[in-house]
Design a protein around this ligand. Structure first.
Ligand code: ADP
Ligand code: MG
Length: 390
């Protein structure tokens, strides 16, 4: 990698703007899984210890761009960083016009997605961000697959743009894992971002030997197999894509579709869970987890794997009655001898919930970026760092 590393740059007395991925789950104003915050902490500490004036920026959730909304405020994140650092971490609400911060101090900048032009990588916005700092540090692996103002544009215009230690570690660890994977190579793709993840599956099908699907992705495959999925989360526009993927093709990954599922009449914390065959789902039901038999079948596949990559919970694990499938798979990954890599915001929360972090070989902070890296794509934000470093 021909990028400048943060560790090679003199930070003392400099204004250092660090892009982290602090997109963590928040409920009732509190961070419910701080894995991404803890992963970013060594970078932040290193910059503070070096005597930099530190500004940290991130996105959180999917607010309507340009519209500040308390629901997506980074305030709970500032509070959690303050607890972990044992010092005050002020949150700057209005910051694009200028930030007041002294060497050795830290300010968290409010959600970058409250600014119009972030996603489209607006050049004026990127220049404003760049003008806040002497040195820009890209450390957010989880957003490196998006060319946005705070990940890509700012790196183009900042006086110096370098890679933070977390980003460097992620790229090296994943690169190593994927170079010559021990086989069988099994991928689990679940979760709710169905349309984006379905396109990734097409590429994954050429790389892995078995592709286990869960969540909204599995629901799309269940619908593609001709079953009713009621009110479930799925992607009606991608049924053909799913059908193509499951068509018999010996060169491509096998994609086992669930036989049993866990359904409910509503999406809620106290919804009653019923297990049934995949053909028996009614119009008024939602599939919220894979069934126990399917979970067992998938666990056996994982037990024999040489390499496992995991992104996306296979059910609504936040509600215990729909968490069994994710728990069984998490434990199967932990128990297997495979080299295992897991990534994704909610996947990290599931790993925390089921206490399997120590038995997974490498935990990445990235979800979408992680999948694109696995696919072999060049992450745009990394490409920009390479350009600035050459
Ligand atoms: P990650 O953050 O790990 O990349 P996603 O954001 O794509 O994963 O998806 C995680 C979310 O998917 C979880 O909050 C979970 O509740 C939800 N989910 C999983 N299975 C289902 C399902 N069958 N229906 C609706 N939501 C689901
Ligand atoms: Mg998520």
């Amino acid at each position: 990698m021909s990028v400048i590393k943060m560790s090679d740059v003199e930070l003392s007395g400099k204004r250092v703007l660090i892009r982290e991925d602090l997109n963590v789950p928040v409920a009732d104003g509190h961070v419910t899984s701080d894995a991404r915050i803890r992963a970013a902490l060594p970078t932040i500490k290193a910059a503070l210890d070096a005597g930099a004036a530190v500004m940290v920026m991130s996105h959180l959730g999917r607010p309507t761009e340009g519209q500040p909304d308390e629901k997506y405020s980074l305030k709970p994140v500032a509070e959690r960083i303050a607890e972990l650092l044992g010092r005050d971490v002020p949150l700057a609400k209005e910051w694009i016009g200028g930030v007041s911060v002294s060497p050795g101090e830290i300010v968290l900048l409010e959600n970058v997605r409250f600014l119009a032009g972030e996603k489209a990588c607006d050049d004026t916005l990127a220049k404003q961000m760049a003008s806040l700092c002497d040195i820009f540090v890209m450390d957010a692996f989880g957003t490196a697959h998006r060319a946005q103002a705070s990940t890509y544009g700012v790196a183009e215009h900042a006086p110096i743009a370098c890679a933070g230690p977390l980003l460097v570690a992620e790229l090296e660890a994943l690169g190593k894992a994927l170079k010559e994977p021990a086989r069988p190579f099994v991928a689990i793709v679940g979760g709710s971002k169905v349309s984006t993840k379905l396109t990734v599956l097409d590429a994954l099908a050429d790389i892995v030997d078995c592709l286990i699907v869960g969540g909204g992705i599995a629901n799309t495959f269940i619908a593609a197999a001709g079953h009713g999925v009621g009110k479930s989360l799925y992607e009606p526009d991608m049924l053909d894509t799913a059908r193509d993927l499951t068509a018999n093709d010996f060169d491509r990954a096998e994609i086992p579709v669930p036989d049993d599922v866990v359904v409910a009449d509503e999406f809620s914390a106290d919804a009653a869970a019923t297990t049934k065959g995949v053909a028996d789902v009614t119009d008024s039901e939602l599939i919220l987890d894979i069934g126990p038999e399917t979970a067992q079948r998938f666990a056996e596949i994982l037990a024999g794997a040489g390499t496992i990559i995991w992104n996306g919970p296979v059910g609504v694990f936040e509600f215990d009655q729909f968490g069994f499938g994710t728990k069984v798979l998490a434990e199967a990954i932990a128990a297997s001898n495979a080299f295992s890599v897991a990534g994704g915001g909610d996947t990290l929360a599931a790993i925390d919930k089921y206490g399997v972090a120590d038995d997974i070989s490498y935990i990445s902070t990235g979800g979408g970026a992680f999948l694109e890296f696995v696919e072999g794509k060049t992450l745009p934000a990394v490409a920009m760092l390479e350009k600035r470093g050459s």
